[in-house]
Write a protein that binds this ligand. Sequence first.
Ligand code: NAG
Ligand code: NAG
Ligand code: NAG
Ligand code: NAG
Length: 363
Amino acid sequence: MKLSTFGSALVGLAVAHASTVEYSAVTGYFLQDEDSTDASTFDYTAENFGLINRSYPADQKLKNQASLTQWERFHHQVVKLNEESAKNVEYKVLFLGRHGEGWHNAAETYYGTPAWNCYWAELNGNSTATWADASLTENGIQQAQKAHDFWASQIKSQNIHTPDAYYVSPLTRALQTANYTFTNLALPHGATPFKPTVKELFREGISIHTCDHRRNASYIKSLFPAWRLEDGFVENDPFWNGVEGETSDAEDVRSATALNEVFFGKGGKVQHEGAFVSVTSHSGEISSILRVVGHRTFRLNTGAVIPVLVKAVKSGKGEIGSVTSSPSWTVSPHCTEPPVSSVTACVCPSSAVPVTTPLVTGA
Ligand SMILES: *[C@@H]1O[C@H](CO)[C@@H](O)[C@H](O)[C@H]1NC(C)=O
Ligand SMILES: *[C@@H]1O[C@H](CO)[C@@H](O)[C@H](O)[C@H]1NC(C)=O
Ligand SMILES: *[C@@H]1O[C@H](CO)[C@@H](O)[C@H](O)[C@H]1NC(C)=O
Ligand SMILES: *[C@@H]1O[C@H](CO)[C@@H](O)[C@H](O)[C@H]1NC(C)=O
């Protein structure tokens, strides 16, 4: 079990008496936690979401354990872990879902990664496709429908406990993925209805690419009028600037803040809303969440979902120390014309020097 600590102490400027949170990924329950599982070939739908067939300590407290499914006993085990742990300890199972294929993914494949990064990604699209705040391709919609069908079969065959809370990144591809995955699912009796919270800090790592620039709150509201925008969600994207990109250190501080809010609420109190939490997000951001909780690297294919059991230990009293200084961002030089093709790095035509000025404004 690897440990990592995020909070005010990490960045130095400790707030007096503030709490910090230590996260760890609890291994032994899922195949995706084992070094022997190959992420590139792992199919969550073929493996019961990766849940390992085993008995649990809490099984002894069940009278009818022989008639229960693996997922029913696992949920019971997590409920017991929470009941039997100290007040400052919280276990949650995060269902981390990567959005289905978006137009930006298709374009990166089409142009090749070096040319994509140093030119095309800085545009809103080409003459036939748009990838600024990209939408799902037809393939991406099918991947989300596959997740939907898998949840439906898990509800039927495993009587799986469906998420107690749903969070989604504010980028369109994630909003669409959550919608296709969870709308019209026949949820078990008493389950939390699907009414996700759009959470700013679960967005993709913020690069200068236009696909990382979110649309305004009015647009999100008009797309999904019944959904919740979290408190404080502002109209226009407060982060993307097209010049500087977030470093992975900065992204990890952001992800830790998002987890603190999911585990302990914005005021720092332990959340008793239930242990199963769905987070529909992105490849880079899920990698960051996995780093924060000390999970091994596990790269998800587009549309894939993995559950991870996470333990949070809050120490100290009072509010969780807010991050008062986060690692700085860096500029990303790029070309002003399509780069020389078939290269591994950004080489602009006519030996032009890469620039740091945006290629489009108000994308
Ligand atoms: C668990 O056991 C079932 C059969 O009882 C099998 O179909 C499934 O593949 C096993 N899953 C894992 C993750 O070992
Ligand atoms: C635009 O990009 C898409 C990939 O997103 C590609 O399929 C299409 O062929 C491109 N269009 C042109 C005109 O190059
Ligand atoms: C949301 O999902 C439903 C069910 O799959 C679909 O009919 C609808 O078009 C989707 N809405 C959006 C805005 O994608
Ligand atoms: C929000 O963005 C949409 C385009 O996505 C635009 O048409 C609309 O005017 C914007 N609304 C506000 C309030 O800025």
